[in-house]
Ligand binder design. Structure first.
Ligand code: FAD
Ligand code: DLZ
Length: 515
């Protein structure tokens, strides 16, 4: 008998380990405390995964599979993947374990130990839900001196044939990003993603999570995630019909009271396996072919999925388990406690934290240019920032979280993933959001107690890190500007940053705040 563990982010009927049908096989699915607490995930994320796992197990059973489902509250539950695989292998007399490669180095290490722990051969299959395999990425990366996402993306366009015509990009351009930075006019009718009513399974899970993990960050109120493939498909088609046409135009916009703007809000479904990358980009391309969505929107969306998503996954496995250990900017500050409480006068930060507490979601520009930018400017230790991102987002798994945070957002890898730090001052946030007019700080003031702190912090960050960043050709213009500041203005800017930094709350970890 072959035992097939299906992990919480492997909820796909086309999973490689399920090929060949149920004959002679038992699927084991495990709710284990270790996965819910290796970081203390947002309550909503745990509830989403447990409910999606329970529904998926029922779907597999309906398709003829024998599924051994271990619930969190089973008194015999050992609390770990390894403990449960060992127990299940013994229960079913397994002669072999077959599992699809996991999404984290941490879990890959656990799986390596299963052969000895369970006393059976373990076969690990490639995760072919991704469009670029780990090996193909390594080959692509190994042949280059410098890694550039845009080059990878073009390869992926050619390889998949998406938005291609006779070997050339549709619209005669590969990338329409320049058309995707519009400021939304007031009064747009934003399409909220669909919310799905809780059924008995979800209600039971919400109760369990509230009792067991009620001290974790976030709230379970108004839980409306899709927890089945059918509902995830409904969310996909809702996005294609109502949000995709304007996704491109307003991709970078931050609008108060509109946490989703025109974003897809599909990442929890993609990353858990309820949706596949291929079907999502095919649906977007079909909308373009049918004249239902413009090219700048569809190309932008396709680039996020077959470009960025595949690229960060490739980097994660290619860079190795030590990738997270670098700290190129030698940042050591503790994460301020308002990342957990939202209690700060900086309106953009307070709003982003409030939204992630409620929805386990922020869109990309909030993650990058508000929360990540601020943490980098003040010099927070990368590991603390990474832990926060892994906790708070429903879509966070290390393969996707780490490159985005460590590389793209904190520049802690020294430029492996991105060619320059994503740093910005108040002017950027003011241009892309409507927060600043309602903030207690004045974005037009450069220094002083009432000035937007991002302004002085931005220049202080550049000045502080000159030895490490001064030679970066993409920052030369900014260092030129800094050098044209008078010595008095430079001193005033740095003093203003120092005064603000001195007001930051010290170390406060979320368990101290949340409980
Ligand atoms: P949309 O903006 O509508 O984009 C569509 C899809 O493209 C997303 O669902 C996602 O699958 C993919 N995508 C877009 N950008 C990226 C990217 N940079 N990396 C990988 N996939 C991308 N995404 C996660 O899935 N998990 C994370 O833990 C995560 N952490 C992030 C941390 C930081 C600091 C930053 C800057 C980005 C992070 N992202 C992460 C990427 C991106 O912000 C989210 O994928 C996106 O916000 C999800 O919302 P959406 O489905 O509405 O995406
Ligand atoms: C995130 C998560 C949580 C909270 N709980 C479980 C669980 O109880 N059982 C499970 O199979 N998976 C869970 N996951 C997702 C895993 O952490 C994920 O499968 C691994 O990190 C590998 O990517």
């Amino acid at each position: 008998m072959i035992l097939i563990p299906v992990l919480g982010d492997q909820l796909s009927h086309g999973l490689a380990s399920l090929a060949g049908g149920p004959e002679g096989k038992v699927v084991v699915m495990m709710e284990v405390a270790a996965e819910a607490t290796y970081v203390r995930h947002h309550q909503r994320k745990i509830a989403f995964l447990f409910s999606a796992m329970r529904h998926f197990a029922d779907e597999l059973r309906a398709a003829g599979w024998t599924v051994d489902y271990v619930r969190l509250d089973d008194p015999a539950n050992t609390g770990t993947f390894t403990g449960e695989v060992v127990r299940a292998a013994a229960r079913h007399g397994a002669t072999r374990v077959r599992v699809v490669e996991p999404g984290e180095w941490r879990v890959a290490g656990l799986i390596e130990g299963w052969t000895i722990a369970a006393g059976v051969a373990v076969e690990v299959l490639p995760d072919d839900r991704f469009l670029c395999s780990i090996n193909d990425f390594a080959e692509w990366a190994g042949a280059r001196k410098r890694l550039v996402m845009e080059e990878f993306y073009r390869e992926m366009r050619k390889r998949t044939g998406l938005l291609m015509q006779a070997g050339k990009p549709v619209g005669a351009r590969w990338n329409f990003d320049a058309d995707n930075r519009k400021v939304p006019p007031r009064g747009l009718n934003y399409p909220a993603p669909p919310a799905f009513a809780a059924d008995d399974i979800t209600r039971e899970v919400l109760d369990l999570v509230g009792k067991r993990f009620g001290g974790h960050f976030g709230t379970l109120a108004d839980f409306g995630f899709a927890v089945t493939r059918r509902d995830a498909l409904a969310a996909l088609y809702h996005f294609i019909a109502y949000a995709l046409p304007r996704f491109g135009d307003y991709q970078d916009a931050i609008v108060e009271g509109q946490p989703f703007v025109y974003h897809a809000v599909l990442s929890p479904y993609l990353n858990s396996g309820l949706l596949t990358a291929r079907e999502v980009v095919d649906a977007a391309a079909a909308a373009f072919d049918a004249g239902e969505a413009p090219l700048n929107a569809v190309e932008g969306f396709v680039r996020q999925i077959i470009g960025w998503r595949e690229y960060v996954r490739g980097i994660y496995w290619w860079a190795g388990p030590d990738y997270k250990d670098s700290n190129a900017l030698a940042a050591t500050r503790d994460l301020p406690d308002f990342y957990w409480t939202g209690e700060t006068d900086l309106r953009c930060l307070a709003q982003s934290v409030g939204e992630v507490r409620a929805h386990a979601y922020n869109h990309h520009i909030q993650r990058l240019m508000v929360l990540g930018n601020f943490a980098m400017l003040i010099g927070v230790e990368p590991a603390q920032v990474e832990e926060w991102y892994l906790v708070v987002y429903a879509d966070a798994y290390e393969w996707v979280e780490l490159p985005n945070v460590h590389g793209m957002s904190q520049f802690a890898d020294g430029g492996l993933l991105g060619s320059k730090p994503y740093a910005g001052g108040g002017a950027y946030i003011n241009r892309m959001s409507d927060h600043c007019g309602r903030c207690r700080y004045d974005v037009r003031q450069r220094t002083g107690p009432d000035a937007c702190p991002f302004n002085a912090l931005y220049w202080d960050f550049l000045a502080r890190n000159r030895a490490k960043l001064g030679g970066n050709h993409r920052l030369l213009r900014m260092y030129d500007s800094w050098d044209r500041f008078s010595p008095e203005r430079q001193a005033e800017t740095r003093a203003s940053a120092a005064a603000f930094l001195a007001t930051l709350p010290g170390a406060a970890r979320y368990w101290a705040v949340a409980e």
